[in-house]
Design a protein around this ligand. Sequence first.
Ligand SMILES: Cc1cc2nc3c(=O)[nH]c(=O)nc-3n(C[C@H](O)[C@H](O)[C@H](O)COP(=O)(O)OP(=O)(O)OC[C@H]3O[C@@H](n4cnc5c(N)ncnc54)[C@H](O)[C@@H]3O)c2cc1C
Ligand code: SF4
Ligand code: SF4
Length: 393
Amino acid sequence: MDNNKLIERSKCSGCEACKDICPSKAIRMERDDDGFYFPVIQEDICINCGACTKVCPVGKENTFRKVDYNDTLAFGGYNTNVEELRNSSSGGFFGSLAKYVTDNGGVVFGVVYQDNFRRVVYAASDEVSIDEMRGSKYVSAEKNGVYLKAKAQLMTGRLVLFVGLPCEIAALYAVLKKGYDNLITCELICAGPASYNVHDAQLDWLENKYKKTTSYYTYRSKKYGWVPLCLKAKNGKHIYDVVYEKTLFGIGFPYAKRLSCFNCWFKDSRRLADFTIGDFWRVNRGEKYYNEEGTSVVFARTKKAEEIINKLDSFKKVKVPEETALRGNYTQLKTASEIPQKREEYLRVLSSQGANLKAYDSFKPKMSLKTKIKKSLPPAVYRFLRRFDNGRY
Ligand SMILES: Cc1cc2nc3c(=O)[nH]c(=O)nc-3n(C[C@H](O)[C@H](O)[C@H](O)COP(=O)(O)OP(=O)(O)OC[C@H]3O[C@@H](n4cnc5c(N)ncnc54)[C@H](O)[C@@H]3O)c2cc1C
Ligand code: SF4
Ligand code: SF4
């Protein structure tokens, strides 16, 4: 089968369902010049069975799975374990759900860093700790045959939690071809992961500056609390903990997305997971479910999810109206997003300038004076002043 039989590159999410399903192992993922991975069929091994084109979830309506609530059953809340909440990106819903699964003898599939943070890969909680899974890694994970690994666990009857981006959840169901009673799926609200070129450039920049390899790295440090977002790294004795928009990665994040993500197929009623989770952006600070260390928005989309969320002892939650839950993430959940005008220009600068932070000055987001002042305050002052501001995030 030739490569033209796969869905065109501008629509391919890189979900790897085709790679997983191929009976001859004829598909490998190749990184392109912009740092995105695409499937490539090795024609000398391919037996032309068509399994790869059949499994691809893009452009197809799902026929075997229906969710019970399309975003109408929504909650705001946070993990009551303070340590877990601090180490998670949002309100730590993932940690509460993962605990429920492991306490019941189940296995969790999530993503972790590898090779000094250069790679992001899927792994099972039998091999890595739940702690390593915590935190958003804003590049697409290598799947490593995860869909078939999850299937093997499901066939044993064990409880399985699979966490991923909406395209990865759709890929899992496409490979499984059916739902399982012992499967819980949880998708992240998704603005699209960034290219590995900008992730690498950020790590290169840190290592050039401090002349040490990176020993700690997170895109969601809670230096100021949940917001503003900060990127934290440790290189030798040096600690870098800087407001997102000032970092090389933060400047590039809006531009360095793969084309398919601007017009993501897996939105609204095409989202298939039991749970959809994210940051409860635009929450009112006075709400009972608000926590300044992070607040999760959770959509329970199936009866199974509804039952489970009521059993999570460590997740303090309040049911909220659909429009309240949607307002901070409407585009990510419901509609296509605009391709930034300077995307092509940005990608050209990224591939020629790499870790040269100065080269990205013209791509920096415009901030109001008020925001600039707020973001330059010492963290303790910022946190103190926030107590008197009861507005919306
Ligand atoms: C690329 C990307 C874009 C996102 N965009 C938005 C957005 O626009 N709006 C919003 O509200 N939320 C977004 N999120 C989700 C948000 O950042 C949090 O991941 C989510 O709220 C879960 O937080 P938590 O505190 O419950 O989990 P945590 O305790 O932080 O655990 C993180 C969980 O996410 C999984 N995970 C982390 N990185 C990846 C990855 N690259 N691919 C697959 N799974 C991963 C981990 O395995 C773990 O299960 C995005 C996440 C990613 C990875
Ligand atoms: S199955 Fe996934 S990786 Fe393969 S062609 Fe389709 S979208 Fe791309
Ligand atoms: S925006 Fe859509 S296609 Fe892109 S990574 Fe997210 S879920 Fe997948």
